[in-house]
Design a protein around this ligand. Structure first.
Ligand SMILES: [Zn+2]
Ligand SMILES: [Zn+2]
Length: 294
């Protein structure tokens, strides 16, 4: 008998923070008895078409997807696009928008550090991050790795024995968070814009983890998003407790959104989220999403 289980929210090593290759994910899915999975990497479709071909080889259906980082109502919202056509112009545009805003954010952070008297410049950061837009922790690492920084009395605390190896994270807290000296406001692509473009990408827009602490999606938010073309809601996720599952399940029914399930498995960065953790996903979710394709 074919298993009915699906997990529509996995991250591969193409995500900035995922550990496992698409092939390893497909193999784990096979071992755990999943019929279908979607790899929804942060702001990239790099896993495709490789992931689909591997899935065919192992007998696991892989649904192409992506998780786009967006802004809505001054909060960060994540939107998945299962069935995305990874070669479409529209998804290419969305991804390049995200990359440009990451680059701008990184440049501004480095400029702020300089204004605060720290010895760092953009060219060295760019070289040392392999010419990809570095996240804040990476910038902190590059700064703290410099011999000159060791001599700076203002940075002494980051070299104390009890601060290693979390010093870059402590630095991030001290300098890059809201209200800190090198804080830079994020310039994500608006969620409204991604929803408008979604039909051109082939993807079916599904809101990730509505109850996540940074998103805190309300009923009013969902009413607006539904009007803008939202089709699905990730009700079952490692972010939700039982109350949140029930709350969003009821809203999905009320607003005619397809309830989906996904673990948001990354690997080491989320040690509490193991592969196959969320077992609420059934193949009927895939069928319902498929029916909503534009
Ligand atoms: Zn997310
Ligand atoms: Zn995710």
């Amino acid at each position: 008998m074919i298993s009915e289980w699906v997990d529509l929210h996995l991250h591969s090593s193409y995500s900035c923070d995922g550990d496992y290759s698409p092939e390893e994910l497909v193999r784990m899915a096979r071992e755990e008895g999943f019929r279908a999975i979607a790899i929804a990497d942060h702001d990239t479709v790099g896993a495709y078409p490789e992931a689909i071909e591997t899935g065919r080889h192992y007998g696991v259906e892989v649904i192409p997807s992506i998780e786009v980082t967006t802004i809505f109502s001054a909060r960060e919202f994540h939107l998945m696009l299962p069935f995305v056509n990874w070669e479409s112009e529209a998804i290419g545009y969305i991804i390049s928008r995200v990359e440009n805003s990451r680059l701008e954010e990184a440049r501004s952070r480095v400029a702020r550090l300089q204004e605060n008297g720290l010895d760092i410049d953009w060219n060295e950061v760019w070289e040392k991050s392999g010419k990809t837009p570095p996240l804040g922790v990476k910038i902190a690492q590059i700064l703290l790795d410099k011999p000159e920084s060791r001599q700076n009395p203002d940075l002494r605390k980051y070299y104390e024995a009890d601060q290693q190896p979390k010093a870059p994270y402590v630095f991030y807290q001290d300098f890059f968070t809201e209200g800190a000296p090198a804080y830079v406001r994020k310039q994500h692509i608006p969620l409204e814009e991604v929803l408008r473009l979604a039909p051109l990408t082939g993807g079916v827009p599904v809101l990730s983890h509505p109850g996540a602490y940074f998103q805190r999606t309300t009923r009013d938010d969902l009413i607006i998003l539904k009007e803008l073309g939202l089709q699905g809601l990730e009700v079952y996720t490692s972010y939700h407790d039982q109350n949140e599952v029930e709350y969003y399940q009821a809203l999905a029914e009320e607003l005619d959104l397809v309830a989906t399930a996904g673990s948001d498995f990354h690997g080491r960065i989320k040690p509490g989220v193991t592969f196959g953790l969320i077992k609420n996903g059934t193949y009927s979710m895939v069928e319902k999403l498929r029916e909503r394709r534009a």
